[in-house]
Design a binder for this molecule. Structure first.
Ligand code: S3P
Length: 196
């Protein structure tokens, strides 16, 4: 039987030297751009640990993100998210999938930029709409017209995401290709930064 995960495992792992990557990699971008799925695969390829900041918030809060929003409001969620990221961004090499709004919060963005190599996974509105429609777990998209909500957020947040060190397009198609693109861009970024 063919294992759909197998090709990734047998590919030659690209070398990102410890000396060049001396901090975590943080994936940023809109809900549905693939931060968690791509992040998990990227971590596997680089043989690094993977963490998802939404999951860590849920563990800390003892309930799903949607319930944190309902019971305590978005501001409380953002505070929790900041605290969790401050703990996760501990200088160790790992891949962190951040929640879509984290990099749009000025204080949280400053924290992430200071302590991680940041990768913006760029996806167009149609892709985001299609991917987020698969699950009803995102409080900011509940209610009528999730497409309009996503469009507004994408518009508002694009200048924030653009402050990431690396920009990679996350289109439909194999996630392995996005992982390859991240590794290429990351290698170039690290070379540039160690050269200067
Ligand atoms: C949010 C994105 C979500 C989650 C919360 C708020 C946002 O994470 O943190 O629902 O503000 O964009 P994902 O980007 O992982 O869906």
């Amino acid at each position: 039987m063919t294992d759909p995960e197998a090709p990734d495992l047998i590919e030659t792992a690209p070398v990102v030297p410890d000396a060049a990557l001396d901090r975590p990699i943080a994936l940023v971008g809109m809900m549905g751009c693939g931060k968690s799925t791509v992040g998990r695969r990227l971590a596997r390829r680089l043989a690094l640990p993977f963490v998802d900041s939404d999951q860590e918030v849920e563990t800390a809060a003892g309930c799903p993100v949607s319930e944190v929003f309902e019971r305590f409001g978005e501001a409380a969620f953002r505070q929790g998210e900041y605290k969790v990221l401050a703990r996760l961004l501990d200088g160790r090499r790992k891949v962190i999938a951040t929640g879509g709004g984290a990099f749009a919060e000025p204080g949280t963005r400053d924290l992430i930029r200071a302590r991680a190599v940041t990768v913006w996974l760029k996806a167009d509105l149609d892709t985001l709409v299609a991917r987020t429609a698969r699950r009803d777990t995102r409080p900011l998209l509940r209610g009528p017209d999730p497409r309009a909500k996503l469009a507004r957020l994408l518009d508002r947040r694009t200048p924030d995401y653009a402050q990431a060190d690396i920009h990679v397009v996350s289109a439909d198609g194999p996630h392995g290709r996005v992982v390859d693109a991240i590794i290429d861009a990351l290698t170039a970024h690290l070379e540039e930064n160690t050269a200067s």
